[in-house]
Design a protein around this ligand. Structure first.
Ligand code: ZN
Length: 688
């Protein structure tokens, strides 16, 4: 028996992530290896679980890296495709934070554009997981016909530079050449037996071994931005609604099944059952693609239901299954790239019989295809007062020990954000503002700009003050327009993310009139002039133009501001940068400082403990509204703003199905009318 393993390697792609895993495995790290797929992955027709290909590939990891400690996650579910794989990837695979993920759907998906799209959604979802797992794929085959979705899947594997291995080019020819009889490796022309699983595993481990030895050419693209999807990508953001997270419009005659789910293959759980004709249940979901999952049972007769979207019947859900191999989890499409937005999905039992053996089991409704958020790759400012916490506490991959500012959401030329995901990946925020005004609610019916701004109006930063910032003041719009080349003025506000005990901020000053202000500044009577205010974690401070202010050493804060970089430095503690003092702007400062200053007690408000799953408004002025949300579990809210800026300041979770974690910054475009948050996290939001 001569297996041509080399022709089984259909793609090597970029092996950077796999190589990192190999290095960690050599060192003896803890590693999690996950397998996502259908029945073959689950181990169907292997005589024992340890003889299925997934367990055998896992055994290769253990044998090859004896010092490492491995965890095995088998997320195979029989008779399910990549559309469901995409919808359950977060819960069944990514929640284990796997280091390596194998994905296999070539005999579950048909070789068509629909499954190319759902498979792309699944691959993107896995690759974009925050812990950057290594992902590879392989393609099983129907042993009688040679059919599989290899062609469409391989297009995706090549596009995302993931390794891909083929059974059709390695094992299948053994049958066509007569070197093996079909019955030797597969009893049903689809599922391998023990011998078949062994051969499938050998194709995969051959490829992994080759990559491990570096015996192949790999693609070098250390791209941090994610490529634009090749399909419409309507499935990547799939959210699966079951009785623990669904938003129901009404429910009569249906019972929520609260029995705990034992294992991921325990698929008829967390749904709803009904036995009577006329039982109705309705879900509120958002998206442009909607599917429904229910049970087809061999125990006949069984009830029949209809599914409606927005009041219109779109499908019949017949629970009668004329097969003998088992009950089946069916996923039917109800809306295929329809209008994006809110929809009501109603399921009603239309036929029930006295002799029904089992109730109708409604497993879930799956919705996807919402307009994508714009995740931004921040820009960084290195400053004499900066530190290392933006890297160490917030996880930004920025070198240096003087990182002062992360410009998380910025279209300012001094530090511009670049879109990381979706169809605008690689674009500057300022370019999108100019070329796609519809994203920001800035396209009027006449096609002209709707908003009174000629550039993206907001800027969100995280600031790490290891040392004190200079004492400074900003001009307002009027002054900046005349004296600063048409720039915006700068109104800003701070949310204190972290603060040492006895931490302070400079807010305001002690001069009672303009004459005293001028003499204090010109004579350098700083101790008399500067007013320090004690602050703590969770404090919010609005800094109007004309307010003397400075961030003091030890404080970490999130700043929301107008898109402007005009600062007048009043005093810099006589510090030197590169041997020289930084420029001061004494005359402009005296021009714009408000005298007398606002009382200190009116400046600081604490929002550390806002009510759970509620939008807490911290401040609203003509330039911005700034909110905080403390998410615990599930939280939904309407978005009526032209666009919504969101920064995750702690924890992790999902927003409209997209994984987010502390340090992420994104913009929800105008088309996103509803935001569904899930997880344990705090966010700061702002809009105009
Ligand atoms: Zn400032």
């Amino acid at each position: 028996m001569n297996i041509d393993y080399e022709s089984g390697i259909k793609n090597i792609g970029n092996t950077d992530r796999l190589k990192k895993v190999f290095e960690r495995a050599e060192k003896g790290d803890n590693l999690t290896i996950a397998f996502l797929g259908g029945s073959i992955t689950q181990g169907s027709l292997a005589s024992k679980p340890e003889l299925c290909y997934a367990a055998r590939v896992f055994a290769w990891w253990e044998k090859t890296f004896p010092k490492a400690k491995f965890t095995f996650i088998n997320a195979g579910i029989g008779a399910t495709d990549s559309q469901f794989g995409c919808a359950r990837a977060a819960e069944d695979v990514l929640s284990f934070k796997p280091d390596v993920i194998s994905i296999e759907y070539a005999v579950n998906d048909d070789n068509n554009e629909h499954f190319k799209e759902t498979y792309e959604g699944a691959v993107r979802k896995l690759l974009s997981a925050k812990n950057k797992p290594a992902v590879y794929t392989f393609f099983n085959v129907c042993y009688d016909t040679g059919a599989s979705a290899e062609e469409k899947h391989l297009e995706i594997a090549k596009y995302y530079d993931i390794p891909a291995f083929s059974i059709k080019s390695t094992i299948y020819p053994l049958l066509t050449k007569g070197e093996l009889a079909h019955g030797d490796i597969t009893p049903d022309e689809l599922h391998p037996n023990d011998k078949g699983h062994e051969l499938v595993a050998s194709v995969i481990t051959y490829g992994l071994e080759k990559i491990r030895k570096g015996d192949c050419e790999t693609v070098n693209n250390n791209n941090e931005t994610f490529p634009t999807p090749v399909t419409t990508n309507g499935y990547e953001d799939s959210v699966r609604y079951r009785n623990n997270n669904a938003d129901l419009a009404f429910c009569t005659g249906w019972t929520a099944d609260k029995e705990p789910q034992d294992h991921i293959t325990d698929i008829f759980k967390n749904g709803w059952t009904a036995t009577e004709k006329g039982a109705k249940i309705a879900f509120k979901v958002s998206g442009s693609c909607i599917g429904v999952q229910y049970r087809k049972t061999m125990q006949l007769p069984a009830p029949v239901a209809v599914a409606k979207v927005d009041g219109k019947v779109v499908a019949t859900l017949d629970a009668n299954f004329d097969e003998t191999w088992g009950d089946k989890l069916v996923l039917d499409t109800l809306l295929d790239h329809g209008e994006a937005g809110e929809h009501v999905v109603e399921i009603e039992i239309t036929e029930a019989h006295k002799e029904d053996k089992l109730p109708f089991y409604l497993v879930s409704v799956i919705a996807s295809g919402n307009p994508e958020p714009l995740f931004l790759k921040p820009a960084f400012a290195h400053t004499i007062w900066g530190g290392t916490r933006l890297r160490e506490d917030y996880g930004y991959e920025e070198p240096g020990d003087d990182i002062g500012e992360c410009w998380g959401i910025s279209a300012h030329p001094n530090g511009e954000g670049i879109v990381k995901n979706g169809k605008y990946a690689g674009e500057k925020l300022s370019t999108l503002w100019n070329e796609h005004p519809e994203l920001f609610g800035n396209k009027g019916e006449d096609g002209k700009a709707k908003l009174p701004y000629d550039r993206f109006p907001l800027l969100t930063k995280i600031i790490d003050a290891k040392a004190d910032l200079s004492i400074q003041v900003h001009p307002d719009d009027e002054y900046a327009k005349v004296h600063e080349n048409g720039s915006f003025g700068k109104t800003e506000c701070w949310y204190v993310l972290d603060c040492p005990e006895n931490g302070t901020l400079v807010i305001g000053h002690n001069a009672k009139d303009k004459a005293e202000l001028e003499s204090m500044i010109r004579e350098g009577r700083w101790n008399e002039f500067i007013r320090e205010v004690p602050v703590k974690k969770g404090d919010f401070i609005q800094i109007n133009p004309g307010t003397v202010h400075a961030i003091k050493g030890g404080i970490l804060l999130l700043e929301t501001q107008q898109n402007s970089d005009i600062t007048y430095r009043v005093y810099d503690y006589d510090r030197l940068q590169n041997g020289k003092p930084r420029q001061l702007h004494v005359d402009q400062s005296i021009d714009v400082i408000t005298v007398p200053a606002l009382p200190a007690k009116d400046s600081v408000k604490n929002f550390a403990d806002t009510p759970v799953n509620t939008l807490a408004e911290m401040y609203s002025c003509k330039y911005y509204t700034v909110l905080k949300a403390n998410v615990e579990g599930k939280m939904s809210f309407e978005n009526n703003a032209p666009f919504m800026c969101i920064s995750i300041i702690s924890g992790e979770g999902t927003l409209n199905g997209y994984e987010v974690k502390k340090g992420d910054h994104l913009i929800m475009p105008e088309a996103v009318k509803k935001i569904n948050a899930n997880g344990t996290m705090n966010m700061i939001l702002s809009y105009i």
